[in-house]
Each structure stands twice: as structure tokens, then as C-alpha cells.
Design a protein around this ligand. Structure first.
Ligand SMILES: [Mg+2]
Length: 219
């Protein structure tokens, strides 16, 4: 990415959100309000390890959240902790003429505010179905799972005029393997074993500045 002939060609860094861009699994924070944290955490863990189908497991977990108020969901954003080094990564990618975006198996209700604050170029996530100010326990629209993340990477690369070989996908869970397999460079970030095994690069420490070094954008 640093050769003189390609230094100005655009590139795209696409991040997973839960446990990658942020320290948390947002659905677990929301589960607190429904008193179902243990159940949701166990299913999330198994889905991220690749033991469960992501889409089905998400529907099952969201069903447990029925009745949580939309106001409580919105308040969760205040509890989210952004991963160390994310602002530096965003700034470094932009300085180098790249794009940085996020695609999430989590939820727009949380990601919208976060992504705007961080200055991401694009983001996409699932959406809760809400009725009378409460979650119905269903997901609104198609689920952003493993295949949707892969399609998102290719769709945004094309829209932004980025050659697919100049895309970077960063994630921690099995639902990130689709976008990671389609990316020019795949980065496992403090990831599950199944993800570490398949990524080009595995970063064990939770510091996103490491990605700048991998991309040759710092040092
Ligand atoms: Mg994740």
C-alpha cells in the first residue's frame, strides 16, 4: 500500500463493530434491561465462535429483548467503550486518502451516533422493530450476517472506486469471515480461534493503532 505508484489510489478499511470497533457486545448491554444477560451472552459467544448460524442466533437473541423500551436501547450508547486507537486509525486512514467504514451484526440504534462521532465514511447494521416505543422482539428488514457483510464490502468498494484488492477487513467473530475472505487483506483483531486461523494477519492486543503499522501508515 505504500509503493510510489499506488500511494494515491484509494483504499477501504472495513471494521466489524462489536468487540472490534468497540469493547462491548451491544446486544449484551441491552439484555441487561430485559434481565436476560446470561442467556444472550452464551448464545453470542457460541455464534462468534462459529458454532451457531449467526442469522438464526440473532433472531433468537432479539426475541429475548421483547418489551425493552426504545429509550433504554438509545441510552446504551453512553455505556459503549470505543476500542483504544480507533480515533488514530480513522485519522491515519483519512490522511492517507483512504475510506474507513463499519458493518455490524449489531444495531443502527447504537451505531449511528457512534459512527458520526468517530467520523466514519459509511456504516450499516441491523435495525430493531419497534412498536409503541418498545422492541417487538423482531429484527426489521434483512439481517446483516456473514454473507451480508461480504456483500457490503464489495458494494462499497465499487461505489467508492476502490479495487477489491485494496480493501482491508477487520473483525473478531465468525460472522466476519465472509468480508474477510473477500478483502485484499484480512485482519483478526483479538479474535476467536476460527477467525485467527483464516486471517492474513492476527493482532492479539486490543489497540487499533496496530492496524496503522500493518498498513505501513505509521512509523
Ligand atoms: Mg464482533
Amino acid at each position: 500500500m505504500t509503493s510510489s505508484t499506488s500511494a494515491r489510489a484509494p483504499f477501504l478499511v472495513l471494521l466489524d463493530v462489536d468487540s472490534t470497533l468497540i469493547e462491548d457486545e451491544v446486544i449484551e448491554l441491552i439484555a441487561d434491561y430485559a434481565g436476560v444477560t446470561a442467556e444472550v451472552t452464551e448464545v453470542t459467544e457460541r455464534a462468534m465462535a462459529g458454532e451457531l448460524d449467526f442469522e438464526e442466533s440473532l433472531r433468537d437473541r432479539v426475541a429475548l429483548l421483547e418489551g425493552v423500551s426504545a429509550a433504554d436501547v438509545a441510552s446504551v450508547v453512553d455505556r459503549v467503550v470505543v476500542t483504544d486507537g480507533v480515533p488514530e486509525l480513522v485519522a491515519g486512514v483519512h490522511e492517507a486518502g483512504g475510506y474507513i467504514a463499519a458493518v455490524s451484526g449489531g444495531f443502527h440504534e447504537i451505531l449511528d451516533e457512534l459512527a458520526e462521532r468517530l467520523g466514519l465514511d459509511r456504516w450499516r447494521a441491523n435495525r430493531f422493530e419497534v412498536s409503541d416505543g418498545k422492541l417487538t422482539g423482531r429484527v426489521s428488514g434483512p439481517i446483516i450476517g456473514r454473507e451480508a457483510k461480504r456483500e457490503t464490502l464489495l458494494e462499497w468498494a465499487e461505489e467508492l472506486g476502490v479495487d477489491p484488492t485494496r480493501t482491508v477487513a477487520i473483525g473478531d467473530g465468525a460472522n466476519d469471515l465472509g468480508m474477510m475472505s473477500a478483502a485484499g487483506l484480512s485482519v483478526a483483531f483479538d479474535a476467536k480461534p476460527v477467525v485467527r486461523e483464516q486471517a492474513h494477519v492476527s493482532l492479539p492486543d486490543r489497540d487499533m493503532r496496530q492496524v496503522l503499522h500493518v498498513l505501513g501508515l505509521q512509523g
